[in-house]
Ligand binder design. Structure first.
Ligand SMILES: [Zn+2]
Ligand SMILES: [Zn+2]
Length: 202
């Protein structure tokens, strides 16, 4: 073996030396100890960091699992509530600035998303965009939707054909939790996009 001079890896030494074997990086036994201890400390720190990272990952995974378990225990109505709330927010955003679909007034008071065919009476059309429009609190809550006034303005807005389809028969979809979560996400996304579009147009 051709011997090549090396510099000691001990940062406090850095002396030139003639290595006795291939992997020798220290000039003396003392420097060998310093280097070995430094390496041991570095490995120890690394394993501590690794353990911390694993613990954090496990905690996060546990949180995710708890959330999934909690959701699995929720009744289907919980997911309908979430989806309906996202859908209604989209309707309010879509119709924002419009007058009430029933009384035609724009009072500046609180406006709701009002279903023409009510959710209670027609589950089939609760997520039908032609069935839900901006409505004032008065018509929505106190006049139970003010349906008599709703109808002519609804026909004007969506057209006779869409109206006939809306009041016609619909099949009742059997929703799963996952589908309702997707529906809620879909409407949250639609609302965000609408707000973004308007922000760009303004
Ligand atoms: Zn040395
Ligand atoms: Zn009204």
């Amino acid at each position: 073996m051709k011997k090549v001079r090396r510099r000691c890896k001990n940062p406090d030494c850095r002396e030139w030396f003639n290595p006795a074997f291939q992997n020798q990086t220290w000039c003396s036994a003392e420097c060998g100890t310093v280097i070995a201890l430094a390496k041991r400390e570095k490995d120890r720190q690394k394993s501590i960091q690794e353990a911390e990272r694993r613990r954090r990952e496990e905690t996060q995974q546990e949180k995710r699992h708890t959330k999934i378990r909690k959701l699995a225990l929720q009744p289907l109505s919980h997911f309908h509530k979430q989806a309906q709330s996202a859908f209604n927010e989209y309707i309010r955003t879509r119709d924002s600035g419009n007058p009430c679909i029933s009384c035609g007034r724009n009072t500046g008071a609180k406006m709701n998303a009002g279903h023409y065919r009510t959710v209670g009476a027609s589950k089939e059309t609760r997520y039908d965009e032609t069935n839900c429009h901006l409505q004032c609190e008065h018509c929505n809550s106190y006049l139970s939707g003010n349906i008599g006034e709703y109808k002519p303005r609804l026909i004007t807005k969506i057209g006779q054909e869409a109206f006939d389809r809306l009041v016609g028969p619909h099949t009742l979809k059997k929703w799963t939790r996952e589908e309702l979560q997707e529906l809620a996400a879909h409407y949250r996304q639609k609302t965000r996009e609408l707000i973004k579009q308007r922000g760009e147009a303004a």
